[in-house]
Design a protein around this ligand. Structure first.
Ligand code: ZN
Length: 283
């Protein structure tokens, strides 16, 4: 299934993209998509409702805002340098173990919301990423158990302020956490809809110029390994978001480096997961 939420920020309603391409309101089947929805087998209830009533459900208006597909997560965990080529362009060795960092959950937003360049930022950069949504509580699990605990996948842009990430001391989290720095969606796509998660093209364009063009087959650490690995250090909860790293082509890696400015338009997408677009505005 492809799930989305729509409406004004903070008041989103649940929706489903039907097989026939219609985007319909799913409020009769559930109140929202969050950790409770996943842990209480909400997918099953929703699937039954779609079969019985989906065709008669009202279509959502075409100009409505699309929100992030699930409610604000308890954690946003990111994997750094997880594509060998990107590690090289960043001037760093491919890591022996996954590199972890967090993004503040307040950075979370809808897929097409404006991205706000934080006041004082001179190095706001882009990163198209495949994000995983956790469907079950996972603590010290095997890779097989981790894979069975995935609710679905979505597109995420891991916006990054490079000076704050790399030149201010301490942890990367400073450069990763500004408001609007984690647009997610448009859809949460369940694993059964994706033929091979290790063979997905992911791309990103700035003002129509393609700058990132990667494939998940280049991941250094694959998704079950990442989830199992994370679960040795912390409990992953339903609704948590794990972003799996970015392929080459970020602004930091260009020669000379290139960063975003007011008015720039960033478009990005991943096979089977849809596309998002942000306009940069000055905060
Ligand atoms: Zn990233």
């Amino acid at each position: 299934m492809k799930l989305f939420r729509y409406g004004p920020a903070g008041q989103e309603k649940p929706g489903v993209l039907l097989k026939n391409g219609k985007m319909v309101d799913a409020s009769p089947a559930c109140s929202t998509y969050n950790g409770d929805f996943f842990s209480q087998d909400g997918f099953h209830t929703l699937e039954q409702w779609v079969e019985q009533a989906g065709d008669q459900a009202p279509e959502i208006p075409p100009d409505v805002r699309i929100g992030a597909p699930i409610e604000r997560p308890g954690k946003i965990i990111c994997i750094g340098l997880n594509y060998a080529d990107h590690a090289r362009e960043s001037g760093m060795e491919p890591p022996a173990e996954p590199v972890l960092f967090f993004k503040a959950t307040t950075s979370y937003c809808g897929p097409n919301d404006d991205c706000v360049i934080p006041p004082g930022s001179e190095k706001t950069d882009w990163e198209v990423e495949l994000a995983v949504v956790v469907g079950k509580s996972l603590s010290r699990v095997s890779e097989a158990e981790a894979e069975a605990g995935i609710a679905g996948y979505m597109v995420m842009n891991d916006y990054s302020e490079r000076a704050w990430q790399l030149e201010r001391g301490g942890q990367w989290v400073k450069g990763k956490s500004a408001d609007t720095f984690a647009p997610c969606g448009p859809y949460l796509v369940t694993p059964d809809e994706i033929p091979d998660v290790n063979d997905l093209n992911l791309w990103l364009e700035v003002n129509g110029e393609r700058l990132q063009d990667g494939n998940t087959r280049e991941l250094i650490f694959n998704i079950p390994h990442i989830l199992s690995y994370l679960s040795q250090f912390m409990t992953l909860e339903p609704g948590d978001v794990i972003s799996t790293g970015t392929p080459p082509g970020v602004g930091l890696g260009l020669n000379p480096p290139r960063y975003l400015k007011e008015g720039d338009v960033v478009r990005l997408g991943i096979d089977h997961l849809g596309e998002q677009q942000q306009t940069l505005v000055q905060g």
